[in-house]
Design a protein around this ligand. Structure first.
Ligand code: CP
Ligand code: NVA
Length: 315
């Protein structure tokens, strides 16, 4: 492990990470993935503890952080919203100060971005955003690793197309991650679900610095032409379930089906989904289970990238 530029840091937003820092994390993730494959047992978190706070349910994020931390000899502690008083009986600031005295790091999954920001400010230990309504940076690290593996090399200059809800946590975070890594990023979404102008402007500046571009369009066919990867996510995110009926109506033209994969004109185009997926809505069973799908590599890579992030910030 080369000296980390991220020691002591939190990861709250994708924008917190510079291009060289993302590069460092992806390389470290590849290293720990190989070590795991080789059966190497390492105990780099021995004597350390990780608090894992969940306001929303999770399969991958919990499993990734918990197993990654435990495999390195650390002790992860799962704290669901029903078990602790966060935000209703005790302020976030007070909970943060208590956890900061007892744990070496905190992972948070929940609703508001301000909660994870407060945890970081008041705990004094590294805090990892395991999904908020605004961002999902630890997912995007796994997505970038998966794409590098799928393409056998650099992300720069590749075209990544995101189809669906253009204003949710995934599109927001992918937009930053793609720009940082010099990828051409296209969001295909109906206009009411376009990302905010401020977010687009922020990412366009990063994209320009990295010599690439960011396109937001409602024209699905134009968006997917020449795509190297097509990504989608659920049409109604956690906490937005009541909007699903309306979303189905406006998002139907943005479903990723076999016709869409073929229309990319690139037989090597890969399909990604952060999961969990609603098959029949944002993606068809055929694409999800098809030869272009990389969703299981992507899910596995959550663990290796989570481990890399914790190693880089804690050691
Ligand atoms: N992709 C993802 O974050 O999955 P979970 O909701 O299962 O953690
Ligand atoms: N946009 C989804 C992502 C799940 C990993 C949600 O927030 O529910």
């Amino acid at each position: 492990m080369t000296p980390s530029p991220l020691k002591g840091r939190s990861c709250l937003l994708m924008a917190d990470l510079s291009t060289p820092e993302i590069r460092y994390l992806l390389d470290l993730a590849k290293e720990v993935k190989l070590q795991k494959r080789q059966g190497l047992v390492t105990q780099r978190f021995q004597g350390k503890t990780l608090a894992m706070i969940f306001e929303k349910p999770s399969t991958r994020t919990r499993a990734a952080f918990e197993t990654a931390f435990a495999e390195e000899g650390g002790h992860p502690v799962f704290l669901s919203k029903d078990d602790i008083q966060l935000g209703y009986k005790e302020s976030v600031e007070d909970t943060a100060r208590v956890l900061g005295r007892m744990f070496d790091a905190i992972m948070f999954r929940g609703f508001q971005q301000t909660t994870v920001e407060l945890l970081a400010r008041w705990s004094g230990v590294p805090v990892y955003n395991g999904l908020t309504d605004m961002a999902h940076p630890t997912q995007v690290l796994a997505d970038l690793l998966t794409l590098e593996e799928a393409w056998g090399g650099s992300l720069k200059g590749r075209k990544l197309v995101y189809c669906g809800d253009g204003r949710n946590n995934m599109s927001h975070t992918l937009m930053v991650g793609a720009a940082r890594m010099g990828m051409k990023f296209v969001i295909a979404a109906p206009e009411p679900l376009f990302p905010s102008e401020d977010d687009v402007e922020f990412c366009r500046q990063i994209a320009a610095e990295e010599g690439t571009e960011l396109i937001i369009t409602s024209d699905m066919q134009a968006a997917i032409e020449g795509a190297d990867a097509i990504y989608t996510d659920v049409w109604a995110s956690m906490g937005e379930e009541t909007l699903l009926h309306l979303r189905k109506q406006i998002l139907k033209p943005y479903q990723v089906n076999q016709q869409v994969m073929v229309s990319s004109g690139n037989p090597a185009c890969v399909f990604l989904h952060c999961l969990p997926a609603v098959k029949g809505d944002e993606v068809t069973e055929e694409v999800f289970e098809g030869p272009q799908s990389r969703v299981w590599d992507q899910a596995e890579n959550r663990k290796h990238t989570a481990k890399a992030l914790m190693l880089a910030t804690l050691l």
